[in-house]
Design a protein around this ligand. Structure first.
Ligand SMILES: *Cc1c(COP(=O)(O)O)cnc(C)c1O
Length: 439
């Protein structure tokens, strides 16, 4: 049995280049918020594969839509001929996203190809050479998307020549000690007037919650005020909602918490409900810049587009954004309540079902990566799956399927708190987690 189990077969065959492992998870199936491990144990999935399985696993609407699309498959691509599901998806994305009529939709496979497309096309179409992004930002894992990212996991990767990184507004670790974000806004305003001239900047990439950088929620109105500053210089705002968009934050779009409408919206992960689909929605002047400028053979694939249509339809029909708001409130309150006596928990924050738990050393706010690493391992032993993020690898990230029930939220909070408690009392050794590099 051991010789045929998944883990050793994976170790013998699958490249380490794409492994970001936290514990020995081997999955054979799933439904809703449940993952079934090899051997039959059921785990509560509080990650949804980093937010991708936004409707949970094996959702009937996605199964039906994909089955129908495959039964009479309208080709495999949108490059050299159009197809009904891809066009319907573009139409629906325009309908659910605020903005003018004069916009176009680009369809891709991943957050990376979508952000890479934006990073290439906006400078090309505007003739402006500069791009601004936040340090801590994760916009993807391809060369072009990494070149406009600021995450420490990608230290050493070449950045775009015109890139300027600025700090993210982090109320827990504030720039110049100012949690309101005013000092940071003044800093950005100064940059635009001096070393990073505003009229040379094509676009400003922003995650409305900085996810991989530490699940950081910006202070109220910060991004709205930043977008006004951008507008003064004609800088296009790009809202990268790959992880926190489409209902997860408690609203359809995360920017709707911030009182602004971005010029360009990037969607991925949850858009396909577990299948590879991403989208960029932006002004036609940018998105129609030149034919064949950014394409891959399977872009606009009708099967994946059908899955995305099922996701959008289900989000609306079942009011999943409002449900995420409500369940997220319960999950966050329960975590806060159950960990309030634990000195290792520095901050609990989030919006809807995007929640971060920042772990710190006792008697200080210094990041505790060791505690995070062992906590996710212990939680897996106790029956829940989630990972950690952050520039210092010390923030537990919860992005469960939006269909999470109240009971599941309470169970998840209980396991998370128990896991931290167990690690703090020394139940997990360095040896237990030695094989898992994480990030
Ligand atoms: C995950 C992520 C990406 C990259 O998406 P992939 O599907 O991994 O290519 C881009 N931006 C954000 C905010 C993400 O969370």
């Amino acid at each position: 049995m051991t010789s045929t189990s998944l883990i050793p077969r994976d170790e013998a065959t699958v490249s380490a280049l794409q492994k970001l492992r936290f514990f020995p998870l081997a999955v054979t199936g799933g439904h809703g918020c449940t993952l079934i491990e090899e051997g039959g144990r059921e785990l509560l999935d509080l990650s949804a594969s980093w937010g991708a399985a936004g409707l949970g696993h094996s959702h009937s609407a996605i199964r039906t839509a994909v089955g129908r699309a495959l039964a009479n498959q309208a080709g495999a691509s949108i490059l050299s001929g159009t197809n009904e599901p891809a066009v319907e998806l573009a139409e629906m994305l325009l309908k659910v996203t605020p903005g003018t009529d004069d916009r176009r939709v680009w369809l891709g496979h991943s957050g990376s190809d979508a952000n890479e497309t934006v990073a290439r096309v906006v400078p090309a179409a505007t003739g402006r050479p500069r791009v601004i992004a936040f340090s801590g930002a994760y916009h993807g894992g391809t060369q072009g998307s990494m070149s406009v990212s600021g995450h420490s996991a990608q230290d050493g990767v070449a950045k775009a020549a015109g890139l300027t990184l600025v700090p993210y507004p982090d109320p827990f670790r504030p720039f110049e000690g100012d949690p309101s974000g005013d000092a940071l806004l003044a800093h950005i305003e100064r940059l635009l007037a001096t070393t990073c001239p505003g009229d040379e900047v094509a676009c400003f990439f922003m995650e409305p919650i900085q996810a991989d950088g530490g699940l950081i929620v910006p202070p109220p109105s910060f991004l709205g005020r930043l977008s006004q500053l951008c507008a003064r210089y004609g800088i296009l705002t790009v809202s990268d909602e790959v992880k926190v968009g489409l209902g997860r934050s408690g609203k359809t779009h995360c920017f709707q918490h911030e009182g602004f409408v971005p010029d360009i919206l990037v969607l991925g992960k949850g858009l396909g409900g577990g299948l590879p689909v991403s989208a960029v929605i932006g002004p036609s002047g940018i998105m129609d810049h030149a034919p064949a400028f950014s394409m891959q053979t399977l872009h606009g694939n009708p099967v994946c587009a059908s899955a995305a249509l099922a996701v959008l339809t289900t989000l609306q029909a079942q009011g999943l954004a409002a449900k995420a708001q409500e369940t997220g409130r319960i999950l966050m309150n329960e975590i806060t309540r159950l960990t309030s006596d634990l000195p290792g928990v520095g901050d609990v924050r989030g919006r809807g079902l995007a929640i971060g738990v920042e772990l710190v050393k006792k008697d200080s706010n210094d990041p505790d990566a060791d505690l995070a690493r062992k906590t996710v391992y212990r939680a897996w032993q106790l029956g829940a799956v989630f990972y950690y993020v952050g520039m210092n690898s010390n923030v537990l990230e919860l992005t469960p399927p939006l269909v999470l029930s109240e009971d599941e939220a309470r169970t998840g909070a209980r396991i998370l708190a128990q896991a931290i408690r167990d690690v703090m009392s020394g139940q997990i050794s360095d040896e237990d987690v030695a094989a898992f590099a994480g990030w």
